[in-house]
Structure formats: C-alpha cells, structure tokens
Design a protein around this ligand. Structure first.
Ligand code: UDP
Ligand code: MG
Length: 339
C-alpha cells in the first residue's frame, strides 16, 4: 500500500511491535536473503512481537525484487523503498521514522554485525538501558588502512566535539523508543547517527562484539564517502575548526604587528631598510595560502548552512511494501505540518 493513501484514521489493525529492526540496503542482492533468514531466526528466538524494516536506498541491482519477495512471504517484513540513493545515514533515518517498536535495532545488511548479538542487546534494554551500542572488539577482513583511518577519525572527533563518541562504535545498536522519538526531532541534514545518539543522553551502555567480514558483495564506503562521513561528523558536532581559524588569525596578527614595528623602527632609525624581498615574498605566499585554507573551512560551514536552509525533505519514499505502519502515518502527519 502506498503510504500516501493513509490518513491518521487508518491506524493499522495490529498491536505495536515490541521491536523493530532497521536494515539499510544498497545493492545487497548477494546477501539480502541470507540476512533475512538469519535475522528471522534470531528474532523468532526472542519470542518478541517484531518487525524487520528494510530500507532500499535506491539499489540498482536485484535487491528490490528480492525484498519484494521477502515482504510478500514474511508477515514481519516491511520494505520502504527510497526514490534514489540517499546514503546510509539517511536510509537509517527513514527507517527510524517508519519503525513502530518499543525498541529499535539498527543493523547493516551485510552481516558484518552478527544478528546473534541482538538478544544480548535486548537483555541490556530490559535491564533499563535506553541505548545499547555495539563496540567492535575485532574487525575481521578490513585492511590496515581502514582500521587506521577509523581509529584516527574517532581520535579527532573526540578531541574536537562536545559529545563523546566511544572508540570503535558503529551504527549497530539498540535504542529505546524514547531515543527514537528524540532522533525524529533532529532534522539536521548532515548526520552521523552514532554521534547523535550520544548527544541525546539517556542511560547508555556498551556491548562488545566481534565484527565479521562482509558476508558477500563489497563495501559501499569507498575512501571518498568515508572522508565525507568523517567531515560531517566533525563539522556537525564542533565549532572547534572555526575557533582554530580565529586563534591562528590572532597569532598571525600578532606576528604582523611585530613585523610592522620592526620595519618602522628600521625605516626611521636605520639606513639599510631596502632589503628583505625574499622574506616579503615568502610572507605573501604563506599568508595567501593560509587565508585560502581558512576560507575553505568557513566555506564548509557556510555550505552546510545553505544545505540546511533549503529545508528539503531528507529523503523521498517511492514505495512501501508489507503491512502499514504507525510510523508512516506519524511521518505523513508531520510532513503535513501536524503534530
Ligand atoms: N548503505 C546504504 N546506502 C549507501 C551505502 C551503504 O544504505 O549509500 C548500506 C549498505 O547496504 C549496508 C550498510 O549501509 O547495509 C553499510 O554499508 P557498507 O557495508 O558498505 O559499509 P562498511 O561496512 O564497509 O563501512
Ligand atoms: Mg559493511
């Protein structure tokens, strides 16, 4: 059924599920069936009323057809198809808006995060924790470069931003409905969900697990996308780069003042002042370069302000398969300006 045909009176004729699992999928035809089988087995073991929401993030392979089959064969599965590729973080965001569960689990489609850890997360949730985030103890099948860049990223972001981001966390986590509702109120475009769930607070606990190799297919995070994600994380959660700009600017102004004083004294009291061309050239080039770098940093922020100011929707849904959700109705009511 299309979500656009629903109204607030069309409340689904079923209880809210206790648990929603959100699985973003982008070109995952090789793994998606195995993923569904393993997830279903784990969820059946928990004996909780649950739903599994697959977000198809504009896949160009057979992922959609496979998801369609899953949705028609499994009463727990729901598929939300986005109108194009919006990126991993946005796909998960769409999932959060459709999820009806009292708790939500975010998990990748490639089985790198083992679904078998979910019952442990549920146990922690039952103890009263509102965010149970997975911490990778090992990262099989990832090369030294990815490990090194990931480590550097967490170091930098923790130095710069106000909210702590625990080392080696990904998006694999369980979050309580309270946190889901909080995240739904955070409309920012440049999102790093793991940092946003840290920002919201609530009772949080780490759950160590072993991260496996991708089951099949290849990573959709090439270096370019990883850098973009890192930049989003840093710039959305920190104004420290802007402060660095100001601090360096002040230092330079100080040295410039010294230089000017020196030049004036030399000019007034000395007689050998027509010299120092080399120094002058170096200075001009140096200051020119620094200024461009700083303009670039400021430009990154201005560009983000521009992006936010347009207030476009974060994603567009082209199709919803499977049972109707409470979340879809709430999302639509929200888009129409309702509560
Ligand atoms: N993904 C997505 N949209 C994208 C890129 C990735 O929905 O534009 C999904 C992908 O299908 C997978 C998850 O996000 O379920 C993580 O992606 P991937 O495994 O490629 O990242 P990595 O584990 O290599 O960091
Ligand atoms: Mg992966």
């Amino acid at each position: 059924m299309s979500p656009f045909a629903l109204s607030r009176d069309d409340r689904p004729d079923r209880p809210r599920p206790a648990l929603s699992v959100i699985v973003p999928c982008y070109n995952e035809e090789e793994v998606i069936e195995t993923t569904h089988a393993r997830l279903s087995a784990v969820m059946a073991g928990t004996a909780l009323n649950h739903e599994i929401i697959y977000i198809d993030d504009g896949s160009k392979d057979a992922t959609v057809e496979k998801l369609r089959a899953i949705a028609s064969n499994c009463a727990h599965a729901r598929v939300v198809r986005l109108s194009r590729n919006f990126g991993h973080q946005i796909a998960v965001t769409a999932g959060l808006e459709f999820a009806d569960g009292d708790a939500v689990v975010l998990i990748d489609a490639d089985l790198q995060d083992p679904p078998e850890v979910i019952p442990e997360m549920i146990a922690k949730w039952r103890e009263g924790y509102e965010v149970v985030y997975g911490v990778r103890t090992t990262r099989e099948g990832e090369n030294a470069f990815k490990l090194w860049t990931a480590r550097a990223f967490y170091r930098i972001i923790n130095k710069l931003s106000e909210v702590p981001l625990p080392l080696d966390t990904g998006d694999f986590r369980l979050i309580d409905r309270k946190v889901v509702l909080a995240l739904r109120r955070m409309h920012e475009r440049y999102r790093l969900l793991r940092a946003m769930t840290s920002w919201v607070g609530f009772r949080q606990v780490a759950l160590p697990y072993e991260r496996h190799k991708r089951f099949a297919g290849e990573s959709k995070y090439p270096l370019r996308k990883m850098l973009a994600l890192a930049l989003d994380g840093i710039l959305s959660f920190s104004v420290v780069p802007l402060r660095i700009v100001t601090a360096v600017g002040l230092c330079m102004a100080f040295f410039a003042a010294l230089g000017i004083t020196y030049a004036l004294i030399g000019r007034i009291f000395g007689d050998d002042w027509v010299r120092g061309w080399t120094l002058m050239f170096i200075t001009v080039l140096f200051f020119g370069g620094i200024q461009f770098i700083f303009l670039g940093i400021i430009g990154e922020y201005v560009g983000r302000i521009y992006g936010e100011a347009k207030q476009r929707p974060l994603y567009l849904v082209s199709e919803v398969m499977g049972p109707p959700s409470f979340g879809a109705i709430e999302t639509l009511a929200h888009e129409r300006g309702g509560p």
